[in-house]
Design a protein around this ligand. Sequence first.
Ligand SMILES: N[C@@H](CCC(=O)N[C@@H](CS)C(=O)NCC(=O)O)C(=O)O
Length: 244
Amino acid sequence: MSDAYELYYWPSIQGRGEFIRLVLEDADQAYVDVVRRPEAEGGGIPALRRMLDEVPRAFAPPVLKHGTLTVRQTTDICAYLAERHGLMPNVPDARRAANHLAATMYDFAVEIHNVHHPLGVALYYEDQKTEARRAAAAFAEHRLPKFLGFFERCIERNTTQPWLLGDRLSYPDLWLFQIIEGLHYALPKTMAAGRNDYPSVARAHEAVRTRPRLASYLASERRLPFNEHGLFRHYPELDVGGKG
Ligand SMILES: N[C@@H](CCC(=O)N[C@@H](CS)C(=O)NCC(=O)O)C(=O)O
């Protein structure tokens, strides 16, 4: 199948779509970020709504179209692309091993999101600020170290570092990179306080950041800036995890 990839995702946030963009960019694959195109050229929110109306069983973006095929769910889209473009790890039972890590990172990303939305996604942050402060303190004390400590151990136990699995980069490494980027944006003081606690994760993050294709993507206009509408949001009052 040689059709171009078509990504359907919200046009103004990195959000879940960014995990997919990173896979496409690292694999050097051409893709159309459909909703970011002008409406006059078949893009914009109307294109997203049309797609959601037309595609059976598409609950929410991101959705990837590839020829006649439609792939839904962020983790499954990334696995589909990774299998096609050499970003599955070279370990036994690669898809399961990689999917376990990506799904765990997905859980982590949702927990990070829920710090600013502890009561629910249907309410504005401004309607749950008190609860968000409590959630932020518990997240910094318990959940952040638990997840980052787990990824740190995964890398330490892999024979070829800095990667999570096998002896080369695979798509969970791109996920870890994006989560660390997002955490530095959302919780800079908390992350600075723990900067020496996860050295393997830090090395993995740096190794991904400096890959030539990704470095060029990150410096391009295709990489949207973080903002307060996506998964990772910077609200200074929630950045409470500093030590001492
Ligand atoms: N598990 C789904 C979640 C999709 C999802 O929650 N998409 C968000 C944007 S990041 C959305 O538009 N949700 C609309 C809604 O939940 O009503 C996936 O990873 O693809």
